[in-house]
Design a protein around this ligand. Structure first.
Ligand code: HAM
Length: 470
């Protein structure tokens, strides 16, 4: 095969200083395009965390009978304006939206509950046995101010159950969310509240607006605007002034209609039954408009040590359900009106979503290193060109037998390869040199004892298989 030489990128320029016609070669500087602000790469070394999370999600989905749904990233703008709500931060300020080539207004999904509801309607899932239980995972996009734990592209997984208004569904979803963290080793607290129905909220909103008007000078400009349109949004404002005022705001529980109150009590009873510990969070309303009745958030458990004023303040705000900004690991609730709002038949539903980046940080913060699936017990080292070629084929033979082998075909020095084998903590290293290739043998080195034996190349797979099962 003819190999074409690739020329380096160069620019020929006259050498100005010398004021001669002599030509010099100048290497062209190429500026590397950088990551967009708020976007991030997930590198190989972090994959053990991501894999562990995905494994746990699938395990729970299987155990609780949730089917995976793969949803598109691009959706019509209208979907989120109608569901998440016109006056929410997500819709007002954070949507990555644009017109596509056909002039359609589209948006990179900021969340996936609305998409799941759209899919439920679009595929006639109302005619399937209810509840229809689905889970998803993937990237979401919000043009928010990036900071620790807050990205513009982040990942979520979510569980959604459509077609039942029974309180047991809410409780089981809360339980799944709590178990997810607990089984990964992350201690969490569940904060729960009920925000009733749209009708019962009307009176509460009037009361809330009256309360905040008395503190107009303290709340932020955005919240002053929210007072007339949707005062409940002030309760989940992340600004310090608003959070402080919210601590003493009226609590929605006092305005709940009887059926909502009863529903809430039943959710709590079910949680007691399965020993899911929760904190009542009377100001928790969540930042999306589609919720009715149960709302909940999963936050990292606050340490017992309340020695600093700051931590006790945070604890107090947390218990009241006043969002600390980036602290929630997950959140969800019931959204009985959403399917109808999007044009489907009235269908009660409930669900939650968890932030994967925040879960990874929580694992790292607690020094929890999940078991990697990448460990290999065997390393194949080669010395010389003939051995390298033979090694390539031997590697394939091991793979065909289902034995994962590590290698460093890019390295030639034996010392460097043995160092790698050590680093990978393999049990056996196979050493193949020119002599061994000629003799049809291979060296098997026990990495722990350092003992080496030369074996027949044709039998090495069987020998290793036996050693690994001993
Ligand atoms: P959410 O509270 O907006 O709810 O998001 C859920 C979780 O996603 C948060 O608790 C957090 O861990 C993570 N998250 C949100 N925004 C960011 C960000 N900018 N950077 C990093 N992580 C973030 C929802 O999205 C609802 N769809 C949940 C739901 C499902 N409700 C019912 N079903």
């Amino acid at each position: 095969m003819a190999i074409k030489k690739i020329e380096p990128i160069v620019e020929v320029q006259p050498a100005e200083e010398k004021k001669t016609t002599e030509l010099v070669l100048v290497t062209k500087k190429v500026k590397t395009p950088q990551l967009l602000r708020g976007f991030h790469d997930v590198l190989g070394e972090d994959q053990i965390y991501w894999d562990a999370i995905h494994r746990k999600v699938r395990e729970l989905a299987y155990a609780y009978s949730f089917d995976r749904i793969e949803l598109p990233i691009l959706e019509p703008v209208e979907l989120f304006v109608r569901s998440v709500g016109k006056q929410t931060d997500i819709v007002e300020k954070e949507m990555f939206q644009f017109q596509d080539q056909s002039g359609a207004n589209v948006v990179m999904r900021p969340e996936a509950t609305a998409s799941t509801a759209r899919a439920y309607i679009e595929h006639g899932m109302v005619d399937r046995p209810q509840p229809v239980k689905m889970f998803y995972d993937g990237p979401m996009f919000r043009y928010d101010r990036p900071q620790a734990g807050r990205y513009r592209q982040f990942h979520q997984f979510g569980f959604e159950a459509f077609g039942s208004d029974e309180a047991i569904i809410d409780a089981q979803l809360i339980l799944i969310a709590e178990r997810f963290f607990r089984e990964l080793g992350i201690p969490v607290a569940v904060q729960v509240n009920s925000i009733g129905t749209t009708e019962t909220r009307a009176e509460y909103k009037v009361e809330l607006a009256t309360y905040y008007r008395q503190h107009r000078n303290v709340i932020c400009e955005d919240c002053k605007r929210r007072l007339t349109r949707n005062p409940m949004r002030v309760l989940d404002c992340k600004e310090d002034g608003c959070r402080a005022v919210s601590v003493n705001a009226p609590q929605i529980i006092d305005w709940l209609d009887e059926p909502s109150k009863e529903h809430f009590m039943r959710v709590l009873e079910y949680l007691d039954e399965v020993e899911v510990h929760y904190q009542l969070a009377p100001h928790l309303v969540r930042g999306l408009d589609y919720y009715t009745r149960t709302v909940f958030e999963i936050v990292p458990e606050v340490a017992d040590d309340k020695s600093t004023a700051d931590s006790s303040t945070a604890d107090e705000l947390g218990k009241a359900g006043i969002s600390g900004g980036q602290s929630a690991l997950g959140g969800g609730g019931r959204y009985d009106g959403l399917v109808e709002l999007l044009g489907g038949r009235p269908t009660p539903a409930c669900g939650f979503a968890v932030g994967i980046e925040r879960t990874v940080s929580a694992l790292k913060g607690r020094q929890i290193k999940p078991e990697g699936s990448k460990h290999r017990d065997v390393f194949l080292a080669q010395l010389g060109d003939v051995a390298r070629r033979k090694g390539l084929a031997l590697f394939e033979a091991f793979r065909a037998e289902g034995i994962p082998v590590a290698e460093a075909f890019g390295k030639s020095a034996l010392k460097a390869q043995l160092e790698l084998a050590d680093k990978y903590q393999t049990k056996y290293t196979l050493i193949l040199g020119q002599k061994e290739v000629l003799e049809g043998t291979i060296i098997v080195r026990d990495m722990e004892s350092g003992v080496q034996e030369t074996v027949d190349m044709n039998k090495v797979i069987g020998i290793i298989k036996k050693k690994l099962t001993e």
